[in-house]
Design a protein around this ligand. Structure first.
Ligand code: NDP
Length: 466
């Protein structure tokens, strides 16, 4: 696709996000879509020569098998500047060096982002400047409101991309087709037929040396406040009239505005836990509190679970359980939609009377519909069977999708200001209860399934509520 020339300025260019996620995604995007005219300008506080910078970019591009004329052109022209990104005059010089419309990507710790916004307020930004901000967007609702006001003083909302790369994941996008282009699901997608929804993202990885960020964030902010609430919004939104940014983001905004902790009770509707030493696939992990850089007194959770309600006509009474944990034995990244039991089953049918379950796996990208069917050798005996279909992994990495939309000026895949604030509002009662120690910090051994009695009892609760 041919688009107008853009210069991607990465602030925080020598950091972890840039090397592991942004640059590979950029390389992949240019490989698949070589018509783009893109320049890359790296900036950070670390002194780095051009040769070092080029080696970093090439190393990240190699990870994504990036190649081709657009990649070569970008590599030939890329530059790195050692700057203090919080000083207006240094930012001015960066913007001056742009050969296309600037896309300023804040790949920086959140506290530094706030200082950069203050410095940018002293400048006149070139027309069309795009600002890209990473999660976490602020540290609470009040901070998100303040940051939004600062950003809106710089550029219009459509030019602000609050990045949540889960919105670029192919299966999250496929939810729209699955829900709205299939008559079999659309009439059932409500509280008349659905008993409970779980959105689970458990990973085997431990801290991986990221204590500086993670020990302040924890599982709740790292995964639930951002990514999993975005998945919930796409899963639960009303059909948008079009797939344009305004309609989709309006629909998601309505869902988030109606979402709160189930029963309004953080004690009953939230759980937190932290891993102790254990073994995952033969690798020994130390206890979280013994990882380098962790302050045990902070009481940071490595596994969090919230049960939410979406207080709308469609969803009243359906528990939405969002859970994410690190160092969990079995990697599980899926949406589980549990339907209510069949309203009537002929007498004499024995065996499985389990409810129908639709599992949508975010990695690998597939879905599976679990049903009761008659057994081959005994027609009176019900057994479980699963219809499984692959969505197929997307052609692009999630970050490539997000970057592509950003360069095209399409904010559909980014989080709008109101949604960013709502997500903090939703988790705030749990954050307050955890800080006040009103919810115990449980423990689980690394490599286990999580603390006892998990996963949640949401389905059982929904059934007893009927
Ligand atoms: P880093 O801690 O690696 O910091 C990014 C860069 O910012 C580093 O080069 C760092 O320099 C620089 N920096 C740190 N403090 C300052 C300061 N006071 N003034 C100027 N520069 C500073 O962060 P990440 O790259 O991991 O993350 C960046 C953003 O992306 C964060 O908001 C994070 O939450 C988000 N994010 C990160 C992900 C990841 O996997 N890393 C995933 C998703 C989101 P130095 O090295 O010298 O400290």
């Amino acid at each position: 696709m041919a688009t107008s020339a853009k210069t991607l300025i990465i602030l925080g260019a020598s950091g972890d996000l840039t090397a592991r996620l942004l640059l590979p995604a950029l390389g992949q995007l240019l490989t698949r879509d070589p018509g783009r005219s893109l320049h890359l300008l790296g900036a950070d506080r670390r002194q780095l020569g051009r040769a070092d910078w080029l080696a970093r970019v090439k190393g990240s591009f190699a990870e994504a098998d990036a190649a081709g004329p657009a990649v070569d052109t970008l590599l030939a022209g890329t530059e790195y500047r050692a700057v203090d990104v919080t000083r207006p005059e240094e930012l001015h010089a960066l913007l001056d060096a742009c050969t296309g419309t600037p896309v300023l990507y804040f790949a920086l710790p959140p506290a530094v982002t706030a200082s950069v916004c203050a410095a940018l307020a002293e400048l006149t930004l070139p027309a069309g400047t795009t600002l890209a901000l990473e999660k976490p967007f602020g540290v609470d609702e009040a901070a998100a409101v303040r940051l939004n006001a600062e950003l809106h003083a710089l550029v219009p909302e459509e030019q602000i991309h609050r990045v949540d790369h889960f919105l670029g994941r192919s299966t999250v996008n496929n939810l729209v087709g699955l829900r709205f282009a299939n008559r079999i699901f659309e009439p059932l997608w409500n509280n008349n037929h659905i008993a409970a929804i779980d959105i689970i993202y458990d990973e085997q990885l431990g801290l991986e040396g990221r204590a500086g960020y993670y020990d302040k964030a924890g599982a709740l902010v790292d995964m639930i406040q951002s990514h999993l609430l975005q998945v919930l919004a796409v899963l639960a939104m009303e059909p948008p009239s079009t797939l344009g940014a305004q309609d989709v983001r309006d629909a998601k905004g309505l869902v988030l505005r109606a979402t709160r902790l189930r029963g309004g009770s953080p004690v009953r509707s939230s759980r937190r836990a932290r891993y102790t030493a254990g073994t995952i696939e033969g690798t020994r992990l130390p206890a979280y509190v013994n990882e380098a850089g962790v302050d045990p007194a902070r009481g940071t959770e490595t596994l969090a679970e919230l049960t939410l309600e979406v207080d709308t006509w469609r969803w009243a009474g359906v528990p939405f359980t969002l859970r994410s944990g690190k160092a969990v034995g079995a990697r599980r990244r899926e949406i589980v939609i549990t339907f209510k039991p069949a309203s009537w089953v002929p007498a004499g049918l024995t065996g499985s009377h389990e409810p129908t379950v639709l599992r949508i796996s975010l990695a690998p990208d597939l879905m599976s519909l679990e049903l009761n069917v008659n057994s081959e050798d005994d027609p009176d005996l019900l057994r479980r069977a699963a219809l499984t279909a692959s969505f197929g992994a997307g052609q692009l990495l999630a970050y490539s999708e997000v970057l592509g939309a950003m360069f095209d000026g399409d904010p559909t895949l980014s989080v709008r200001a109101d949604a960013a604030e709502e997500c903090w509002r939703i988790v705030a009662p749990a954050v307050a209860a955890w800080r006040a120690d009103r919810v115990p910090l449980e423990e689980y051994a690394a490599g286990s399934e999580g603390p006892p009695r998990w996963p949640s009892t949401a389905v059982a609760e929904a059934e007893t509520d009927q």
